[in-house]
Design a protein around this ligand. Structure first.
Ligand SMILES: C[S@@+](CC[C@H](N)C(=O)[O-])C[C@H]1O[C@@H](n2cnc3c(N)ncnc32)[C@H](O)[C@@H]1O
Length: 271
């Protein structure tokens, strides 16, 4: 496979940085080359450099930029990842007064497993959410391909192995026919979770409500400190005064000079 020249690598990663805020360093050269090569082939372009050239000169169709962002983001996720947060959430749900409304945001929701895990827990603890205790979950992600995949709520069966058996039985429908080997999130869950495209580097949409809990996990690691601090400040603007923010256990908010206080491990509240 032809390797991307250093100049082209720098230009493409700069373009990606302008859109996503994520800096891909030289250690990702081979990965970026592979992903671009695949994009070029799919676009019917045999020569990698000329595909990149078109992209950089704005000569490629607009949706090619979306495809580039989709391919260069890291979307790894799984159901009930970092279970301590789900235990913490369960305690908060159990402490709610009857009929109290509750909103959760999965910021950087990738293919939706995090938001659906929350939905299973909330449906279990609060009921279906259509009655006296309304609840709502919003998932947002930069990658439109991930947003579409999350809306479908269809996963290979082995991806659901970390779903507790009782939840699997109750909320995950076994695919049949064309969907054999996959599980589909129940209609009830899909109706309670809304997925939208959203870039955490930009001002947040006006219609995003205030949340009781925000999951901002395994995404801050991709940003430098300035971008990280900017994202957290923006996100905190949508956290209710007594709400909590969950970050990935490998992601620290210390040294960023943010108006937060730790209320648990990787659990933060307003300062
Ligand atoms: C590794 S996944 C984390 C998914 C999930 N939160 C979890 O912990 O399993 C990171 C996600 O962040 C998204 N992302 C990257 N940059 C973003 C940005 N600027 N705004 C919104 N989402 C972004 C990626 O598309 C990707 O789906």
């Amino acid at each position: 496979m032809k390797t991307l020249s250093n100049k082209a690598f720098d230009a493409v990663t700069q373009l990606f940085h302008n859109v996503s805020g994520i800096r891909l360093n030289e250690s990702k050269h081979a990965l970026v080359t592979g992903r671009l090569q695949r994009l070029a082939t799919e676009a019917g372009e045999t020569d990698l450099e000329s595909y990149v050239d078109k992209l950089l000169r704005g000569g490629a169709p607009a949706q090619e930029m979306t495809r580039l962002v989709d391919r260069l983001t890291t979307n790894e996720t799984y159901f009930f990842r970092e279970p301590q947060h789900f235990n913490d959430l369960a305690d908060r749900l159990d402490a709610l007064a009857p009929g109290q409304d509750f909103k959760v945001w999965s910021a950087a929701s990738s293919s939706g497993e995090e938001a659906y895990s929350v939905a299973m827990l909330m449906s279990d603890r609060l009921g279906p959410g259509t009655g006296p205790a309304p609840w709502q979950i919003v998932g947002t992600d930069l990658s439109t391909a991930m947003v579409e995949s999350a809306r479908r709520g269809l996963y290979p069966t082995d991806r659901a192995r970390l779903v507790p058996p009782a939840y699997l039985k109750r909320f995950c429908l076994k695919g049949q026919g064309e969907q054999t080997g996959q599980v589909l999130m129940s209609r009830e869950l899909r109706s309670r979770v809304r997925f939208e495209a959203g870039n955490l580097m930009q001002p947040l949409p006006d219609d995003l409500p205030m949340f009781d809990v925000i999951f901002l996990r395994n995404v801050l690691i991709y940003f430098d400190n300035d971008a990280k601090a900017g994202i957290v400040r923006r996100v905190l603007g949508r956290l209710k005064p007594d709400g909590v923010l969950y970050t990935g256990h490998a992601e620290s908010l210390s040294n960023l000079n943010l108006p937060v206080r730790a209320v648990g491990t990787a659990v933060h509240g307003h300062a």
